[in-house]
Ligand binder design. Structure first.
Ligand code: COS
Length: 385
């Protein structure tokens, strides 16, 4: 494909997703935030548009699009409803992506087709009650039972739990082996012993589902092993290097929505005889927000380019996720400030955006974890000087 036909395709997809979001996603976002209703119907339509198998090749039923297009889609959807964006990004990034990159041909054929069609949602089970940032200390065990593996343990903060059918799940053969004892499995949620707790009551992203999942003697066939035995932690971290870009894109989308709300308010609200926009304190704050958003976009583009080349891109992904998520929280806080007292009211969309933004510096690796990842690469760099 030539560059211009590629650009044309990118713009066509963006226009399609933007117009879908305007008609079908944004209008119900505030109500879903209140009711915590899971948007099954909207997601079904998004599945028909191919938004759940964005990188899955066309021959496996996916949309066969590239990373830049994926990030643009997540940003557009997050700008309309961040809860829906996370449901999409989790299915694409932490479920389809590792199956596509580490799965056997049989696993790809069996799992990617239904995921890409949108009939089946996906998820990722790494975090546990006692293993958050220190993911390698996970305790969910697997044992070899001859013709099957048997999984036992508890997984926490599992996005799409209760609504997804396919999970990539990390478990250890023996916690004393550390990272090297961990293997990855493809887990069907309807297997006996998979027990989904009641959904978490969250501050934001309230119409996305998150729950704790207990694995009680869950038997999975030997063919459920993803990659090689002992490769699970590496698969998890490579997946996170990739998926953190989706969270950066989600943060950009939320920040863009906050910027739009702030601009509208600054245009329409008058104080001291003129629109807020004509007060330098407000105009300069808007200028800083605009610059912050543009800087996050530039870092995300750089990280997406690095991710499209062979080799690890941990530092670039961590930088993009760190900056975009912190930026998003700064921008929504500024937008609240511009709204004054009205920003504190549920009557205004900015109140939801403020809550939705908060988790972006926490999930898929806290800002502190991103700094660990970046500073480790800097240490290697320092040693090579
Ligand atoms: N890609 C592939 N493999 C990687 C990797 C990457 N980006 N980073 C590390 N690995 C491999 C390492 O090569 C190492 O294997 P070797 O010993 O054979 O070299 C192994 O994985 C362990 O790596 P490391 O020693 O760096 O692991 P740590 O326990 O120190 O990891 C961090 C530390 C903080 C980076 C990791 O635990 C992490 O990212 N935590 C956050 C988890 C997270 O984001 N959770 C959210 C889940 S989704 S809501």
């Amino acid at each position: 494909m030539t560059t211009s036909s590629f650009d044309d395709q990118y713009e066509q997809v963006r226009d399609l997703v933007r117009s879908f979001c305007k008609k079908k996603v944004r209008p119900g976002a505030a109500e879903r935030d209140r009711s915590e209703d899971f948007p099954a119907e909207v997601l079904e339509e998004m599945g028909q548009l191919g938004l759940f198998g964005i990188f899955v090749p066309e021959e496996l039923g996916g949309a066969g699009m590239d990373l830049a297009t994926y990030l643009m889609i997540v940003e557009e959807v997050a700008c309309a409803d961040a809860s829906i964006a996370v449901t999409i990004s989790v299915t694409n990034s932490v479920c389809c992506w590792p199956i596509l990159h580490f799965g056997s041909e049989e696993q790809k054929e069996r799992y990617l087709r239904p995921l890409a069609s949108g009939q089946v949602l996906g998820g990722f089970m790494l975090t546990e009650p006692e293993a958050g940032s220190d993911a390698a200390s996970l305790k969910t065990r697997y044992r070899d039972a001859g013709d099957a593996y048997v999984l036992d343990g508890n997984k926490a903060w599992i996005t799409n739990a209760g609504v997804a059918k396919t999970f990539v799940c990390m478990a250890t053969k023996d916690p004393s082996l550390g990272a090297h004892g961990i293997s990855a499995f493809i887990l069907d949620a309807d297997r006996e012993g998979v027990i989904v707790n009641r959904p978490e009551q969250k501050m934001g992203l309230r119409s996305s589902r998150t729950a704790m999942v207990a694995l009680d003697g869950v038997r999975v066939p030997k063919s459920a092993l993803l990659g090689k035995e002992g490769q699970g932690f590496s698969i998890a971290l490579a997946t996170l290097d990739h998926s953190r870009l989706g969270i950066a894109a989600q943060a950009l989308g939320i920040a863009r929505a906050a910027m739009e709300e702030a601009l509208r308010y600054a245009r329409d609200r008058r104080q001291f005889g003129r629109p807020l926009f004509d007060h330098e304190a407000i105009a300069f704050r808007l200028a800083e927000m605009d610059t912050d958003i543009a800087a996050a976009r530039a870092l995300l583009n750089e990280a997406a380019q690095a991710a499209s080349r062979p080799g690890r891109h941990s530092r670039e992904s961590a930088r993009a996720k760190l900056f975009a998520s912190e930026m998003c929280n700064r921008v929504v806080a500024s937008a609240i400030q511009i709204h004054g007292g009205y920003g504190y009211s549920k009557e205004y969309a900015i109140e939801r955006l403020y809550r939705d933004a908060r988790v972006t510096t926490v999930y898929e690796g806290t800002s502190e974890v991103q700094k660990i990842v970046i500073s480790r690469t800097l240490k290697e760099l320092a040693q090579s000087l």
